[in-house]
Ligand binder design. Structure first.
Ligand code: ADP
Ligand code: MG
Length: 570
């Protein structure tokens, strides 16, 4: 009969879903539309959680951070051409940050696209994605879906993690094939991110360099947080007694209050150290490329680097002891080697120097935080949030903005690994709501998103998504009426200054529009109370924190990156 014949068939839709489920994919972040609307519906019907966003870039950022948090590729699903391009920004950002993610996009028909005959949303998406991600694949036959998905997963999570593009043309979804053959064509990826054991000689070399150090330092990066080797890293730090500085997303890997944390003496630690062990941190712009006055030149720092990507070594300066492998295995090997190398501990004059520098800086900070200024400045508002995280260390902090980012990073101590999610390697704005949604969905923990008013604007429409899925997300907008500050004016008097927004904006009303809780606050006490209420209730909440429009500095800490005009107009 026709019914039994049908029962023996499967199609592209079902094979994609079965392939994802077989590989443990539980959640998809995306925006529906042609040609993937039904795919989303069917995924949901089959038990995959489908989180629909209002803009693909936010869905993509959600997928990327899901990858960081879980070590499984985060999946973003987009429509062709414009939707794909919106998602591509997030895919490129994920790749830059070494977060595993797969952007699955529907696309138009190859026959028409390749002859450039003007199809609906025509675009050669595969070609465009290729230079912006780690790998890009297209599946043309239903029988290849299993292999396509397997390749995408393996490419995303093995070696240095990153973004992968998977192109699925519209026609693929309705292609039918024999159900049994279809089931057989699926691949469950075995050991997708195999351990990569470092060479024993690399470990010996590194320990020799470390032993020669008078002022050793460890720099923990977000690669170390990603690796989920928390206990091994803690043991190595504590057994070696070497002070460490966390990069921003590595904060909390060990608590910021740890006696060996030199975070509060960062400048001194970088400038005066003589041997630095980098664990999952690159010597890019965020570390001044390993040279210059940040590193106390003319004295030259010796770098030991642990990274899974061999080509990372010597990318900016010479690495005297490269250790290529996965962080868990490499740090374990170093730890095992400490005993054999009869390690004496870090020289105490160095650890004492850093300790007293750190105590002095912490005391200075306490004075700033203690000022209860009206209107609020960044420090007085942040002192309230600092207490919130201290009292709720398992909450996830999402953070973006210029001053809001730089100052929060320094003020808010983190106590647990992978709880601080921020602008990452590009220092990009717009990750806020995507990260907040995925953090809530993937971990089930309360999320506190601390957002500059400008940064929030890039993903602000997703407050509707947060309300729709009823997520325990509390957004705090540091509203100083503008980008950097709210005080710019147009010299001609025609328009508002280029970096200011509508004065006195009430972002809290946006949340109320979708049934969430909106609160406007003007003092640190009000702020603290509102955040506590939000976190206790778990209700989607947006708190508009009024900050002095004159508070804040141009581009926060990185104002020096702004090119300056040397020509004076006559
Ligand atoms: P940060 O910005 O915190 O300094 P980066 O993103 O610059 O961190 O560096 C992270 C590094 O960690 C990347 O070079 C990446 O290759 C590396 N990495 C990521 N995961 C692992 C892992 N499991 N083992 C080893 N290295 C890893
Ligand atoms: Mg602002």
């Amino acid at each position: 009969t026709s019914a039994s014949a049908e029962a023996e068939l499967t199609d592209g839709f079902h094979l994609v879903i079965d392939a994802l489920k077989l590989n443990g994919i539980e959640t998809i972040y995306g925006v529906p539309g042609i040609p993937i609307t039904d795919l989303g519906r069917m995924c949901q019907a089959e038990g995959i959680r489908v989180v629909s966003f209002r803009h693909e870039q936010n869905a993509g950022n959600a997928a990327a951070i899901a990858g960081f948090l879980t070590k499984k590729p985060g999946i973003c699903l987009t429509v062709s051409a414009p939707g794909f391009l919106n998602g591509l920004t997030a895919l490129a950002n994920a790749t830059t940050n070494c977060f595993p993610m797969i952007l699955i996009s529907g696309s138009s028909e190859r026959e028409i696209v390749d002859l450039q005959q003007g199809d609906y949303e025509e675009m050669d998406q595969l070609a465009i994605a290729k230079p912006l991600c780690k790998a890009a694949f297209r599946v043309l036959h239903a029988a290849d879906i299993g292999i396509g998905v397997a390749r995408a997963i393996r490419a995303a999570v093995s070696g240095r993690p990153g973004g992968v593009y998977l192109d699925l043309p519209a026609k693929l979804f309705s292609q039918v094939m024999d159900a049994e053959a279809g089931a057989k064509s699926l691949v469950k990826v075995i050991d997708a991110a195999p351990a990569q054991i470092p060479a024993p000689s690399a470990i010996t070399r590194a320990l020799d360099v470390l032993k020669s150090a008078k002022r050793p330092l460890i720099v923990l990066g977000k690669g170390a947080a990603y690796a989920q080797a928390d206990e091994t890293i803690r043991q190595f730090v504590e057994t070696s007694g070497i002070p460490y500085v966390p990069m921003s997303m590595a904060k909390g890997l060990l608590p910021d209050t740890h006696p060996l944390s030199a975070g509060a003496a960062r400048s001194t630690a970088l400038k005066d150290s003589d041997v630095v062990l980098l664990i999952g941190a690159r010597l890019n712009w965020l570390l001044s490329h390993g040279k210059g006055k940040t590193w106390g030149e003319p004295h030259s720092t010796k770098f030991i680097q642990i990274d899974i990507e061999p080509r990372e070594m010597d990318s900016n300066v010479e690495i005297v002891a490269p250790i290529v492998g996965d962080i868990g295995s490499c740090v374990q090997a170093l730890l095992d080697g400490l005993g054999k190398a009869s390690w004496q501990g870090a020289p105490s004059d160095w650890t004492e120097t850093l300790k007293s520098k750190k105590e002095a800086n912490i005391a200075k900070m306490a004075t700033k935080l203690g000022k209860n200024s009206t209107p609020m400045d960044f420090h007085s508002a942040l002192s309230a949030l600092r207490t919130v995280i201290k009292e709720r260390p398992d909450a996830i902090l999402v953070n973006e903005g210029a001053n809001t980012l730089d100052l929060a990073r320094g003020v808010i101590d983190m106590y647990q690994p992978r709880k601080r999610l921020d602008v990452g390697t590009w220092g990009v704005m717009g990750i806020g709501m995507g990260f907040a949604v995925a953090a809530a969905i993937e971990t089930g923990k309360p999320v506190l998103a601390v957002e500059g008013d400008s940064a929030f604007g890039f993903s602000g429409m997703e407050v509707e998504t947060i309300c729709r899925y009823n997520l325990p997300v509390c957004i705090v907008i540091f509203n100083n009426n503008g980008i950097y500050r709210g005080t710019d004016t147009d010299p001609t008097g025609r328009d508002p200054g280029t970096t200011v927004f509508v004065p006195g904006s009430r972002y809290d009303k946006m949340m109320e529009a979708f049934g969430g809780v909106g609160v406007n606050v003007t003092t640190p006490d009000e702020l603290k109370r509102a955040v506590d209420a939000a976190m206790d209730s778990g209700k989607p909440t947006l708190i508009n924190a009024e900050i002095d429009p004159a508070a804040g500095s141009e581009s926060g800490n990185i104002g020096s990156l702004n090119p300056q005009s040397v020509v004076k107009k006559k």
